[in-house]
Design a protein around this ligand. Structure first.
Ligand code: URA
Length: 230
């Protein structure tokens, strides 16, 4: 691949700016002497300011999403993308969240530049379990456990019932809910429908990936292995 194509593909600079980067010696390839941005190399062997090109085989990252920021590229206010190195957003494939969390939901959020990965995790056919910890304003009725597990639980304005979901009530006003799909505001709507409105919500796991194992403070991100989900 041409050096200028590598620099722009991975978000470092535009193809036009690449000549300056090469001239200033910011781009090196061990064992080769680079003269021009049209010289070729494997992305994995290129060093930029002495460091390997980031995420040459795809960007897969977990973010501990703080409360108050939105999973959107365009909305007003704080965005999850503001928490990431700007260079990631200039990668030619772009970076997007894998599904979304509400502005007022915190916790485990995945980001990637790999469209197939997004599809694999969000497709309703794949049923990757997502675990949410929540607190409610009023006690959660015990009957909700069987209702949510039944596969017949209907949400307002929906035409198909929710897939069976596992509810564990851990205290009168708190619990864990495992979903195998991702409908709009699903956790809040399910609990509101059984008379226990949610006042605090956080996603704590996706498949076998658990937020507590990642040691990420709110707002921090870390690289993950995409094969965890296959
Ligand atoms: N369910 C919700 O209600 N909100 C989220 O952010 C995720 C699941």
């Amino acid at each position: 691949m041409r050096i200028d194509a590598i620099l722009s593909r991975y978000g470092y600079c535009s193809r036009r700016e690449a000549a300056q980067w090469v001239k200033r010696g910011r781009v090196t390839v061990p064992g080769k002497s680079l003269r021009s941005p049209s010289d070729k190399a494997e992305p994995a062997e290129v060093l930029i300011d002495g460091k390997p090109v980031e995420f040459v085989n795809g960007l897969y990252v977990a973010l501990n999403k703080p409360l108050g920021c939105t999973c959107s590229h365009k909305e007003e206010g704080d965005l999850v993308y503001d928490l990431l190195p700007p260079q990631w957003l200039n990668r030619s494939n772009g970076v997007s969240t894998v599904g979304r969390l509400d502005k007022e939901t915190s916790g485990l959020l995945l980001l990637t530049d790999d469209g197939a990965f997004v599809h694999a995790l969000t497709s309703p056919k794949k049923h990757v379990p997502k675990v949410y910890a929540f607190e409610t304003l009023t006690p959660i009725p015990e009957t909700a456990v069987a209702q949510f597990a039944s596969g017949e639980f209907m949400l307002e304005n929906e035409t198909t019932p929710c897939l069976p979901a596992e509810l564990e009530i851990t205290a009168p006003c708190s619990g864990l809910l495992t979903l195998h799909e991702g409908r709009y505001h699903q956790v809040r709507r399910m609990l509101a429908a059984v008379g226990a409105p949610v006042c605090s919500l956080s996603r704590i796991a996706i498949g076998s990936l658990r937020l507590e194992d990642l040691n990420l403070a709110p707002g921090e991100w870390g690289e993950i292995d995409p094969h965890l989900f296959t």
